[in-house]
Design a binder for this molecule. Structure first.
Ligand SMILES: [Zn+2]
Ligand SMILES: [Zn+2]
Length: 633
């Protein structure tokens, strides 16, 4: 039992520092006597990062003390840092080891001994922190965050840390920060009793001088500061421990999102490594003892595999930062990122009869290192392949085609048909949702080539059969599907057995001309008009360029049924209720224009300023200020 015990100055005073201050104040000449006083045994050693025997220590403190072993461990040791990425049981085991008397097994239980990051066992300090401590507390102390491996600069003062020049003679020595501070001001011939001077060059000193040079690069300097800030945050937070696979799941989910893993979670290792090295640079990773070899089993690849292995917290922090995952996201959120939502995705081929239906199962994500965003490529069974930049952030993003990569057979055939119908190029472009130039390019082909594309009979049996069916449908537009089937039963049966999906995609009857006569089947008409209206709404919402308002009159004009929508909407309840949900109020349309303007301005690389946004969105007058409240301006 001791008669007094120093109160830790702050939660970042490491326990070793408190014990050293106790030793200095106790008047004990031998550290062994101090250890005997504090623990009741003499076999305890002085450990800086993960000391043990806290139960014994607490039981020997003055009677009215308010310390609990758990709290001391969490507030004044590196436990929160080292245990953060351990599964709950394992973290608890470490905590119990630190409370009990099996301190030597603490490091083993962490598994960090197996890691290739070696820890410099000496004390580190920040010159300016010492000066600030002296003003605030009357004396300097050893700060916890400075003792974390990989931390070479002070998170507060942003200056390189010094490594203590006083090496404890043995593991029973207590060196106070005051003594270090005093020693620093003395000649090197000063008082060396009980301690020996450090060698002037050490691995740590080398690392500090290397990193000081590297951090002259502003970008890297910012990244490193973020890393050190995260170390500090980790020390002072108490996130719940997560099961082993939790972290790998988070990493893989994010890799999928940015296109460095495919939808099945297969990581594109070469690109992944290359992007990671590009982010930090090899020199910096070397200083952090985290170089990534070209071998398959390098630590970076190992971290995104779902096996039961622990990794040094510094490596978790390096990877998290590269992936843009914050500590809060990592520990609080379930690991699920989906850049483009889940399968199946929409087919956006206006020529296909499954247009806008979720039929696309094949999607791949690639990481675009220039724009630092994922690009999703969607391949539909109708041959249409489109790509867009992700991630999707709004509900209508899924209707957005960034770029059409392949038009495919269905689309090309449709274009051929439309060209033969003598429609204007503008009208054809509108129906196929492409620009006029694309249609022109195709239309400019000599007529026989065009014909060759749309009606050449290929050698392949499947192609021949498909062609035959298309011709049958084309020549018998007025016939129903059943009638067509009976007209060439053998062909139908062959396609049904060998090419069923294609057949289904090409068997829906051609769009009927909707006529107005006295005996109208309103239920049927409602369905037909609804399809047209939906298509038009989607088109309006996915238009490139300045947005158009979703209004009933605009839709009516576009689909050629304005008076029907104006006069008979009540007879078409499905169309009516759909229109009710999608038509935009003036304000709703203004908000959409503003969102569009913000995206445009960002894409142009200009500053997001409110005046610039409203000008781009074309909004004027008093309403500008009313809208401002919806945005952070
Ligand atoms: Zn400092
Ligand atoms: Zn399709």
């Amino acid at each position: 039992m001791v008669a007094f015990f120093p109160t830790p100055f702050a939660s970042d005073e490491v326990m070793y520092s408190v014990l050293a201050r106790f030793h200095a104040a106790s008047g004990n000449t031998s550290p062994k006597a101090t250890i005997m006083d504090l623990y009741g045994i003499t076999t305890v050693t002085a450990v800086i990062d993960l000391p043990a025997h806290f139960d014994a220590l607490v039981s020997n403190l003055p009677v009215k003390h308010r310390y609990k072993a758990d709290e001391l461990i969490k507030a004044h040791t590196l436990f929160p840092f080292y245990s953060a990425f351990l599964p709950p049981q394992r973290a608890n085991l470490v905590l119990e080891s630190m409370k009990g008397d099996i301190g030597h097994s603490v490091h083993n239980r962490l598994g960090i001994m197996a890691s290739s990051i070696s820890t410099d066992k000496t004390l580190k300090y920040c010159r300016e922190c010492f000066d600030a401590d002296k003003i605030r507390w009357g004396e300097p102390y050893w700060h916890r965050v400075h003792q974390v491996p990989g931390v070479y600069i002070c998170p507060i003062h942003r200056i390189p840390l010094y490594r203590s020049r006083l090496l404890p003679m043995n593991r029973h020595e207590f060196v106070t920060a005051t003594r270090e501070d005093y020693q620093e001001t003395q000649d090197t011939n000063g008082d060396k009793e009980g301690v020996v001077m450090q060698d002037t060059q050490s691995a740590w000193d080398n690392a500090v001088s290397k990193i000081t040079i590297l951090l002259e690069d502003d970008e890297l300097s910012t990244k490193y500061r973020m890393l050190v800030d995260n170390v500090d945050k980790l020390l002072n937070s108490s996130y719940a421990n997560r099961p082993m696979e939790w972290f790998a799941n988070h990493y893989v989910a994010r890799l999928k999102e940015i296109g460095l893993a495919n939808v099945h979670g297969h990581v594109r290792q070469v690109e992944f490594r290359r992007e990671f090295l590009r982010y930090y640079g090899e020199q910096f990773l070397k200083v952090m003892q985290s170089s990534v070899s070209e071998r398959d089993d390098n630590w970076l690849n190992a971290m995104v595999r779902k096996h039961r292995k622990t990794f040094h917290p510094i490596r978790h922090l390096l990877l998290m930062q590269f992936l843009g995952i914050s500590l809060d996201e990592m520990f609080v959120n379930e690991p699920q990122y989906q850049s483009f939502g889940t399968s199946p995705w929409l087919c956006l081929n206006p020529a296909a009869d499954h247009y806008l239906q979720p039929v696309v199962e094949d999607m791949s994500i690639r990481y675009d290192s220039k724009v630092k965003r994922p690009i999703g490529t969607f391949s539909c069974s109708c041959g249409f392949v489109y790509a867009r930049k992700g991630p999707d952030t709004r509900a209508d993003d899924k209707y957005r085609v960034g770029r059409i990569k392949v038009f495919g057979e269905v689309w090309e055939r449709k274009l051929g048909e439309l060209l033969n119908e003598d429609l204007s190029l503008r009208e054809i472009a509108r129906r196929l949702h492409v620009d006029v130039n694309t249609v022109k390019k195709y239309a400019d082909l000599p007529r026989q080539d065009r014909k060759a594309i749309s009606s050449a009979v290929p050698d392949d049996l499947r192609e021949r059969q498909r062609h035959a069916w298309i011709e049958l449908v084309r020549l018998n537009e007025k016939k129903s599907q059943t009638e067509l089937r009976h007209m060439n039963k053998a062909l139908y049966t062959w396609l049904y057995r060998n090419d069923k999906n294609w057949l289904i995609a090409h068997s829906l009857k051609p769009k009927r001309v909707i006529t107005t006569n006295s005996r109208v089947d309103w239920g049927k008409r409602d369905e037909e008009i609804l399809v047209l209206v939906r298509t038009e709404v989607t088109r309006i919402l996915t238009l490139e360029g300045k947005p158009e308002r979703v209004s009933i009159s605009r839709i009516g004009k576009r689909i050629g049924y304005l008076s029907l929508l104006e006069k008979h909407l009540d007879k078409m309840p499905k169309t009516k209720s759909y229109l009710e949900t999608v038509k935009e109020t003036v304000e709703g349309f203004q908000l959409r224009r503003i969102r569009w303007a913000m995206q445009e301005i960002e894409r142009e690389g200009q500053d997001l300023q409110w005046w610039r946004i409203v000008r781009k969105a074309g909004i004027r007058g008093e309403v500008v200020e009313n809208l401002r409240v919806y945005f952070d301006f």
